[in-house]
Design a protein around this ligand. Structure first.
Ligand SMILES: Cc1ncc(COP(=O)(O)O)c(C=O)c1O
Length: 409
């Protein structure tokens, strides 16, 4: 598709054509998969120039040299994400965690800016990476309201997530970015996808996705991608060349193939999630439901202003703690008990025991990640089929929570 400057295009149109601008010229309809690990370099002088550019994180100048430096199938997926995020560029990695690691290393600038502000709640893997000290960084855990108080001269990056994993806490991106001033903000946009939220438009420097989730959407690809300025992309690509955390072209092909249906999938899952969240909130066996689309869940009015919708992920707390939650998970027939999210099928998982297991107990308690809390990622199944399954699971959980009452009944 040639860029059309006459009128803005809807996201459905952009998602269908994103990253496919060179196909007509190539005489192709579907994107090709380039599995080359190396590329011919018959002209040594020209190849040297391209090698120099790619090694510094730039674009190829002629030969792609080597697939760790550049791969056209991966580049097409990156162009697609950049288009949907409204970014100059995007850089893809072998997983979301590889993308986060690359951003941390790029921001640390060889140790000159090794201080990181981590705004909790964060995905358990991100939290664990930062707390474990694996990358030799200095990390201050904070919340959105107090983040700016911890800025130091060597602060290289702030990381935040909205909606947060798993409590669906919302952060006002513009307010946080403004408070951070010159400190670049990396916003984990995994829960919203580029369809529902574009963090760069609100002052974030980097919009991160675990593309393993809704972008991949079918539970069969592991990937990460960061949308950003070309200047940041150069820094990220340089780290990627050095560390080798590349995305395989077959995975990139699948991710790119899924982009045209992303807006449809996101909106269909979201509509079902809204219905389920409302019914769960009215269910007597549930003490709280965390979902941005529920009344009172968005006190700062971010829905509509920052997010184009509440998404399809929610968390809810069953009465009876971890035993009741475990019984519910075991009873479900349609909903799959599994970590991950954003897939075509509905997934349920127990954050305290699984995704956030490595987060300290004190932090879990402070964030409200309790024994009874379950996270639900709503898929594309029929809403009534899902509700029937959840109701049956909740009845089983009630047998654990209130054994005496159930015996009388
Ligand atoms: C919000 C969020 N960010 C990052 C990640 C890490 O991504 P990946 O599993 O692709 O490495 C996850 C994974 O669950 C996630 O949920």
């Amino acid at each position: 598709m040639k860029p059309d400057t006459r009128r803005p295009l809807a996201d459905t149109t952009r998602a269908v054509h994103a990253g496919r601008h060179d196909l007509a010229e190539l005489g192709l309809h579907a994107p090709p998969i380039d599995l080359s690990s190396t590329y011919p370099t018959p002209d040594l002088e020209a190849a040297g120039l391209s090698m120099g550019s790619l090694g510094a994180g730039g674009r190829p100048k002629g030969s792609f040299i080597y697939s760790r430096m550049h791969n056209p199938t991966v580049a097409r997926f990156e162009d697609g994400i950049a288009e949907l995020e409204g970014a100059e560029a995007a850089v893809a990695f072998g997983s979301g965690m590889a993308a986060i690691t690359a951003a941390l290393l790029a921001a640390a600038d060889n140790g000159k800016r090794r201080h990181v502000l981590a705004v909790r709640p964060l995905y358990g893997g991100t939290d664990h990476l930062l707390e474990a000290g694996t990358l030799g960084l200095d990390v201050t855990f904070t919340d959105a309201a107090h983040a700016a108080e911890h800025i130091r001269p060597d602060t290289g990056l702030a990381i935040a997530e909205t909606p947060g994993n798993p409590t669906l806490d919302l952060v006002d991106i513009r307010a946080l970015a403004t408070r951070l001033g010159d400190v670049p903000l990396m916003l984990d946009n995994t829960f919203s996808t580029p369809i529902l939220q574009n963090p760069l438009a609100f002052g974030a420097a980097l919009a991160l996705h675990s593309a393993t989730k809704a972008i991949g959407g079918h539970g069969d690809v592991l990937a990460g991608v960061i949308a950003c300025s070309e200047a940041w992309a150069e820094r990220l690509r340089k780290v990627r060349v050095l560390t080798g955390a590349v995305l395989h072209p077959l995975a990139a092909y699948l991710l790119h193939r899924g982009l045209p249906t992303l807006p449809l999938r996101v909106r269909a899952m979201q509509a079902t999630a809204q219905v389920l969240a409302e019914r769960l909130a009215a269910h007597p066996g549930i003490s709280r439901v965390l979902f941005p689309g529920l009344r009172g869940a968005d006190p700062n009015g971010l829905l509509g202003r920052q997010m184009r919708g509440p998404g399809s992920i929610m968390a809810f707390e069953v009465e009876g703690g971890i035993e009741a939650a475990a019984r519910m998970m075991k009873t479900l027939q349609i909903v799959t008990p599994a970590v991950s999210l954003g897939s075509t099928d509905t997934l349920i998982q127990h954050p305290a025991a699984l995704t956030h297991r490595s987060v300290s107990e004190a932090a879990r308690r402070a964030e409200g990640i309790t024994g009874g809390l379950l996270r639900l990622s709503v898929g594309l199944e029929d809403v009534e089929d899902l509700w029937h399954d959840l109701e049956t699971g909740l009845a089983a959980a009630a047998e654990v929570a209130h054994p005496a009452e159930m015996a009388k009944a």
